[in-house]
Design a protein around this ligand. Structure first.
Ligand SMILES: [Zn+2]
Length: 119
């Protein structure tokens, strides 16, 4: 998943893909991609969050729900495995979807308990 340093393709080698601005599709735009791992660079207007931002949310969840240290560790490992902090390829929406999916699965809390923290 993550762990690639990402080498960006040259200006001529780009892939035409839908481009999103403020959550809406705004036609096609040439996207650069990584020539090492093939990941396409995210050009969304919604800047991705740092891993620290999500770790703070987990701490907040821990206050509201019963969360064991091992569960927090599991979530952190899972976010790393999924490359959640890979700002090259992730946009905020993708991060949030993965975060909700991971935390609800590991903590067994309703998705709403997580998504209300993301506002
Ligand atoms: Zn790469």
């Amino acid at each position: 998943m993550s762990g690639c340093e990402h080498k960006i393709s040259g200006s001529r080698e780009k892939i035409w893909l839908p481009y999103y601005f403020e959550g809406r599709e705004r036609g096609l735009k040439p996207h650069p991609y990584c020539i090492e791992c093939g990941l396409i660079k995210n050009l969304s207007s919604d800047k991705p969050r740092s891993l620290g931002y999500f770790m703070n949310l987990i701490a907040e969840l821990g206050v509201r729900h019963k969360v064991a240290k091992i569960q927090i560790r599991l979530i952190a490992l899972e976010m790393e495995r999924l490359g959640l902090d890979d700002k090259f390829g992730m946009d905020r929406q993708q991060q949030e979807n993965l975060f909700v999916e991971t935390t609800t699965r590991i903590l067994n809390v309703p998705a709403r308990a997580v998504s209300e923290l993301l506002l």
